[in-house]
Design a protein around this ligand. Structure first.
Ligand code: MN
Length: 217
């Protein structure tokens, strides 16, 4: 991932704003990337500008060390560094390509079958978890220390990294991710999202889990 250090800037989407149509609409992508993510970037830069001793940390290091900072700074870093990392991860994990399917996901597919017994059950479980997030947050497919995969949820912009769980797939269930198109129907958004998960990227994330864990930063 580029731009890992202060000053942070809004790296472009890896596809056009309308590339995920009809599953995610162009207007939502503009607002989500250009406004919501930009706000997290601005807020994070402001915190780091006021606390230059933190400027040496990478984005991941800020997230994993946030609990060691003073309460006020730590909360701001957790919310805003988390907001930057989680959104970049979410956007890069989507693609509109009918050939990019879960059944072609190789080693990750094997790990999913081991944990969930079928892709159908996995999809059901991911949707159920994403629906269960109360208020704003994320559902994640993560890799544990023993190389197994599991689904967890995090509130707000909390990251899985402080839990020593390496993210593989992110599902943003903040209302801003779907409200313009789906209003309050989070399930409708999740059904569309299932069709545009970038399984090549997820597979890459899974294979790189040990490296990501050792080089957690
Ligand atoms: Mn979001």
């Amino acid at each position: 991932m580029e731009n890992e250090h202060y000053p942070f800037y809004n790296t472009p989407l890896p596809y056009d704003y309308n590339a995920l149509e009809p599953y995610i609409d162009e207007k939502t992508m503009h607002l989500h990337h250009d406004k919501h993510l930009q706000t997290y970037i601005n807020n994070l830069n402001k915190i780091l500008k006021e606390n230059p001793e933190l400027q040496k940390y990478s984005l991941k290091q800020l997230i994993t060390n946030a609990s060691r900072f003073s309460k006020e700074i730590g909360t701001g870093v957790q919310n805003n560094a988390g907001g930057v990392y989680n959104h970049r991860f979410y956007f890069s994990g989507l693609i509109n390509d009918p050939d990019n399917t879960i059944s072609n996901s190789g080693e990750l597919g094997d790990a999913i079958l081991q944990s969930f017994s079928s892709f159908e059950k996995f999809n059901k479980e991911l949707k159920k978890s994403a629906l269960s997030v109360f208020g704003s947050g994320y559902a994640w497919l993560v890799c544990t220390t023993n190389g197994k995969v599991r689904i967890i949820t995090t509130p707000n912009q909390n990251s899985t990294l402080p839990l020593n769980l390496i993210p593989i797939i992110a599902v943003d269930v903040w209302e801003h991710a779907y409200y313009l198109k789906h209003f309050n129907d989070r399930g409708g958004y999740l059904d569309n999202l299932e069709k545009i998960i970038n399984w090549d990227m997820a597979e890459y994330n899974y294979i790189n889990c040990p490296r990501a864990r050792n080089n957690n930063c």
